[in-house]
Design a protein around this ligand. Structure first.
Ligand code: HEC
Ligand code: HEC
Ligand code: HEC
Ligand code: HEC
Ligand code: HEC
Length: 308
């Protein structure tokens, strides 16, 4: 029988198989890259909002605290965006005729809320909860970046599973004192800028994260009790704006779990406190992991944690 294929076609067949294989791999890699590209994750994109609201102007410029507008962030799964009333508190007097603010006035007049376009939006099959993160010492900036420097809001991180897991596998790297969660510029302790922390004795009834008191000023040995107590006043923890805001205290809800801002002023109570000094994030992170009762990496990285 005559040979239909000569020897060279054998080599050809082998080569095309290899080629096909390479193409499959290339497509796979491209798709994978695409999956992670900012184009798919929308990382860094600034959608056209109905009003070009600037966090930079309102936070850095005017010194407004996050909770003035995002009142639920310590209490609820969703932190939410503020109602038009919050803007009107000021903009009934400031910039009252600016064209930019027309949608705000419109919304206030008609009662229809402003249609903000969501910047962060996890798929429905993922469970996420702000309050647990915030109350266990994770700062807004760890997940959202330097919001105080954003003229227009954008997403700093991908919010993909890998990003969540990266922290869940080693939360110690990101834990900070709960008094610092709104501090956009927090950098963690160093030899030049140590942090001192102490367990608060008799702190029964406080949320776990508040059974520890931290300070960036050397409490010294002269009067450690006083240093500790001052840490707990709202002024010290930078939470005064939320309390003195024209909208009334956002924390007056009864029957809810206590959170970072709910500390009673501890005036007059004297407690003996022993401060430990921390000069690295690793040491502070380990200490806080224990104090905040953070579960093991395996447990918080298991599928059921986020997919329920
Ligand atoms: C004066 C009110 C105000 C203050 C203060 C404020 N925000 Fe906002 N924030 C808004 C409004 C309005 C939006 C929705 C429009 C937008 O995305 O820019 C928003 C959106 C956001 C979003 C994105 C929401 C989404 O769609 O995914 C994040 C994250 C956020 N704010 C974080 C912060 C942080 C962190 C602080 C404190 C450093 C802060 N905000 C302070 C009003 C405020
Ligand atoms: C505490 C008072 C206060 C609140 C609350 C407030 N604003 Fe403003 N806003 C100001 C002031 C003051 C300026 C002028 C800032 C400047 O020009 O530096 C301003 C400026 C603006 C501007 C003009 C552009 C800019 O950023 O300079 C827009 C748009 C705006 N605000 C939207 C909003 C919206 C939307 C809300 C509600 C989510 C809001 N503001 C809440 C005080 C406030
Ligand atoms: C552990 C990471 C993490 C921390 C810490 C964090 N956020 Fe978020 N934030 C997210 C994620 C993830 C979303 C998207 C949630 C969704 O789509 O359901 C989000 C969404 C938001 C939104 C949009 C509304 C909402 O609730 O979906 C606002 C506003 C916001 N965050 C503000 C804040 C503020 C203010 C702080 C600090 C007090 C903070 N976040 C701390 C991860 C974080
Ligand atoms: C910067 C660190 C960090 C990032 C980023 C982060 N987490 Fe967490 N997460 C934590 C810590 C710390 C805890 C608290 C664990 C504990 O208390 O045992 C936690 C707890 C949780 C819990 C448990 C809540 C409960 O009630 O048991 C869920 C669910 C969760 N995170 C989802 C997510 C998702 C989804 C993302 C990504 C969109 C994410 N986290 C990103 C640090 C992080
Ligand atoms: C810390 C939270 C967290 C944990 C733990 C987690 N996931 Fe996810 N998962 C996410 C988030 C967030 C997304 C959404 C990713 C996106 O939007 O691109 C996701 C998406 C997915 C998807 C959709 C496909 C994809 O990759 O986008 C699958 C499938 C999935 N997860 C399976 C798992 C399995 C299996 C486990 C356990 C081994 C697990 N996840 C553990 C947060 C988590």
């Amino acid at each position: 029988m005559a040979q239909v294929f000569d020897r060279s076609s054998n080599a050809l067949a082998r080569m095309s198989l290899v080629l096909a294989g390479l193409i499959v791999i290339a497509v796979g890699v491209t798709l994978n890259e695409l999956q992670r590209s900012p184009w798919v994750t929308r990382q860094g994109q600034r959608p056209d909002q109905p009003v070009p609201f600037s966090h930079k102007h309102h936070v850095e410029g005017l010194g407004l605290q996050c909770q003035y507008c995002h009142q639920q962030v310590e209490k609820a799964a969703y932190s939410g965006v503020p109602p038009t009333k919050t803007c009107i508190n000021c903009h009934s007097q400031i910039w009252t005729n600016a064209n930019l603010l027309e949608p705000v006035r419109q919304s206030w007049a008609t009662g229809a809320s402003i249609q903000w376009i969501r910047v962060h939006d996890l798929p429905d099959y993922v469970y996420f909860n702000h309050s647990i993160h915030v109350n266990k010492g994770l700062g807004c900036a760890s997940c959202h970046g330097r919001v105080d420097q954003m003229p227009i809001m954008y997403m700093q991180n991908t919010l993909q599973m890998e990003w969540c897991l990266n922290c869940h596998r080693n939360p110690a790297a990101n834990l900070r004192p709960t008094t610092e969660i709104y501090n956009m510029a927090w950098q963690g302790p160093s030899t030049e800028k140590p942090v001192w922390c102490a367990d608060i004795p008799n702190s029964y009834g406080r949320p776990t994260a508040q059974q520890v008191s931290c300070t960036t000023k050397n409490p010294g040995n002269s009067n450690p009790e006083l240093a500790s107590l001052q840490m707990q006043t709202p002024e010290q923890s930078g939470l005064s704006a939320a309390h003195s805001g024209t909208m009334g205290s956002p924390h007056s809800n009864q029957g809810q779990e206590k959170t970072v801002s709910d500390l009673p002023p501890a005036n007059g109570i004297v407690m003996p406190v022993n401060y430990k000094k921390f000069t690295t994030q690793l040491d502070l992170g380990r200490y806080l992991t224990k104090q905040y009762h953070i579960r093991g990496a395996n447990e918080i990285s298991s599928c059921e944690t986020c997919h329920r």
